[in-house]
Design a protein around this ligand. Structure first.
Ligand SMILES: [Zn+2]
Length: 215
């Protein structure tokens, strides 16, 4: 038997035993997904940005601590107001109803949330640990020109106890992406396929570590 534990899948950049890539056509998401990943994000096993990149058609992964703006990343002129960034800081009001909300700069939910969401062309996700994501936020002040978004997740993370996060509502980048696309009115098939792949990956992870501890 070939030991493939150290081999990385070229498509999702995950160790082969955790790869959930298939030959399925990429999912045609209408809202572009931009993932900015902290260069020190080291979670090769449980990280999810690679899965998003391998499954979505309209996606870009930027590994950098700081960039000058959307144009520098996407190599084209876009209106930052039509891009939403998932905001991580504390907000003044936390709605109890699951959904995606547009926030003012002061952190209040905008009255014309639905209108703001309708105008969005893309979403920006900051990928890394809690403190890495916060560093990305502060090192990219151009994010202030984009629309702040607040996601109140519809369900708890599938991570369960596998990943320790300081806040109970913390979910993976993949789950955040899937739920945002859902709330933006995209084909529900996209989020269910993404979440399905994530759950398969977690099963593989558990099996892998069970087997390792038996050795
Ligand atoms: Zn793969």
């Amino acid at each position: 038997m070939i030991n493939d534990e150290g081999v990385i899948c070229q498509k999702c950049k995950k160790p082969v035993p955790l790869c959930v890539c298939t030959n399925a056509e990429p999912l045609n998401n209408k809202h572009f997904v931009l993932i900015i990943q902290h260069p020190q994000e080291q979670d090769k096993e449980l990280g999810t940005a690679g899965i998003l990149c391998s499954m979505l058609e309209n996606v870009h992964l930027e590994i950098a601590l700081s960039r000058s703006g959307l144009k520098a990343i996407l190599k084209k002129d876009v209106d930052p107001k039509q891009w939403g960034v998932l905001y991580l800081g504390a907000q003044k009001q936390t709605p109890c109803k699951a959904g995606l909300y547009a926030l003012s700069r002061k952190g209040n939910i905008l009255e014309n949330t639905n209108e703001c969401l309708k105008n969005l062309k893309g979403i920006i996700l900051l990928d890394g640990s809690w403190s890495q994501a916060k560093a990305l936020w502060w090192r990219n002040p151009w994010l202030l020109k984009t629309q702040r978004l607040l996601l109140v997740p519809a369900q708890r993370s599938l991570y369960g106890k596998l990943r320790k996060e300081p806040r109970k509502e913390s979910i993976s980048t993949l789950e955040a992406c899937a739920q945002c696309l859902d709330f933006l009115g995209e084909d529900p098939l996209i989020s269910s396929r993404l979440t399905g792949a994530f759950s398969d990956m977690l099963e593989k992870y558990k099996l892998l570590h069970q087997n390792q501890s038996k050795r």
